[in-house]
Design a protein around this ligand. Structure first.
Ligand code: AMP
Ligand code: ZN
Ligand code: ZN
Length: 401
């Protein structure tokens, strides 16, 4: 009799927890791949040791915050999803998308593809974002069920309260896909440089936040069905030896419309002659950067198809950086990113923790493959029009090949 009661209790607790899958996607902005090897992150290392850890997570080009966060949640390259930089032009209409401009970042017309939360909602799940680029749009089909407009001053613990609150909602209202975002290591990497003590202090504090979050998640009813994916959007390279490229000097006397700053600038020539002149001048002065015609961009950068991409592109190599009117307030940075994703300094991290992940270490994973991976963990049918490939990452999933 006792055995039967125990068995019934076990079954009822399993039924209570339900068999619904839950996913928490955490982004630590600018957290370079090697920060986990500094002896500063016991909590994340513990999660990585019990789950999946990639050597690094390769960003898409350009290795900036918005294009990469949006690629992680859509599985597409920027040339397909349309968020091609943190700031860019629609050359047809003259409209500008700009991080920090709440009107353009909430305008759903800029965002192509389908986010993981839109995919989940289309298939009957609720979703929530404690911040994520692209989560604040006005269109109710495109935004998550629950979200907050970005406010970088919200404390870590307030963000944790949101996440724990959502996962504690009654089942019918509870989101199954939740995102959480922290900008701290990006801010400190720019300010102090990736190898500075000031940056290490921030890495350590962020790991303590993850530790507090983990303790609180363990108390939740859904914990056995929760997979946690910790990523970063890109890494950081030292700009201590920065070399500024002054476009106004190189292009003196020529007419030009330029968009971008730092590692990448794009030109929108008024006609073929203007294009030829700009190209010739930029080619003559090609030092610390490479000038490409749009159609000649290296195929591996996947950055030539979108109509918002300029017809000429100049891509800098670190520690070179383009100085334009858009870049003024970034001049004193001791670290930067946005460069070619083949550079290891641009790589971020990937940790997968929970019953869905194999306990293993693997090599570099591409961030466009995370969307199909997350769909597989949640049992969702992914948007078929993506660049990411489940075949490249499904060996990370437990009970898959
Ligand atoms: P960057 O280093 O220029 O690629 O951009 C990083 C900055 O983007 C962070 O320091 C944040 O201030 C900002 N940021 C991150 N997420 C958002 C968001 N959802 N909305 C507005 N700004 C954001
Ligand atoms: Zn970033
Ligand atoms: Zn940054």
């Amino acid at each position: 009799m006792k055995k039967i009661i125990l068995f019934l209790l076990l079954i009822s607790s399993l039924l209570q927890a339900g068999d619904k899958p839950y996913l928490l996607l955490i982004s630590l902005d600018g957290f370079r791949w090697d920060y986990l090897n500094r002896g500063l992150t016991p909590n994340m290392n513990s999660m990585a040791g019990q789950g999946t850890r990639a050597l690094s997570l390769q960003p898409v080009f350009p290795s900036k915050t918005f294009p990469n966060h949006y690629s992680i949640v859509t599985g597409m390259y920027p040339e397909h999803h349309g968020i091609i930089y943190n700031r860019f032009l629609n050359p047809q209409s003259g409209a500008e998308y700009r991080v920090g401009d709440s009107i353009s970042v909430r305008d759903d017309r800029w965002y192509g593809g389908e986010t993981i939360w839109a995919t989940a909602q289309r298939q009957g799940m609720k979703t929530a974002c404690a911040f994520w680029p692209g989560s604040e749009t006005h269109d109710p089909v495109k935004h998550p069920t629950y979200f907050y407009n970005y406010d970088g001053s919200v404390t870590h613990d307030q963000r944790l309260d949101w996440v724990i609150g959502w996962f504690s909602l009654p089942e019918a209202e509870r989101p199954q896909v939740v995102t959480l975002y922290f900008s701290d290591t990006d801010d400190s990497g720019h300010r102090y440089g990736p190898d500075a003590v000031g940056n290490n202090d921030v890495i350590q504090r962020l790991d303590q936040t993850i530790g507090r979050l983990w303790q609180r998640l363990k108390q939740l009813e859904i914990y056995p069905n929760l997979n946690i994916v910790i990523v970063s959007d890109h890494g950081m390279t030292s700009m201590a030896e920065v070399q500024s490229i002054l476009l106004s000097e190189i292009l003196a006397g020529l007419e030009y419309t330029v968009s971008g700053y730092g590692p990448l600038v794009q030109f929108f020539p008024v006609d073929k002659q203007n294009e030829a002149e700009l190209y010739a001048r930029l080619k003559e002065n090609e030092q610390g950067y490479t000038i490409y015609r749009k159609a000649e961009m290296p195929a591996g950068l996947h950055y030539s198809e979108h109509p918002f991409i300029g017809s000429l592109l100049a891509v800098a190599d670190p520690p070179f950086t383009f100085t334009t009117s858009e870049s003024e307030n970034n001049e004193s940075a001791l670290g930067d990113h946005g460069y070619n994703p083949w550079l290891l300094d641009m790589h971020g991290i990937l940790i997968g923790f929970g019953s869905g992940f194999n306990r293993m270490e693997t090599g570099t994973v591409q961030n466009i493959d995370l969307y199909p991976l997350m769909c597989a963990l949640l049992g969702l049918e992914p948007n078929p029009g993506i660049d990411g490939r489940l075949e490249r990452v499904e060996f990370l999933i437990r009970n898959k090949k």
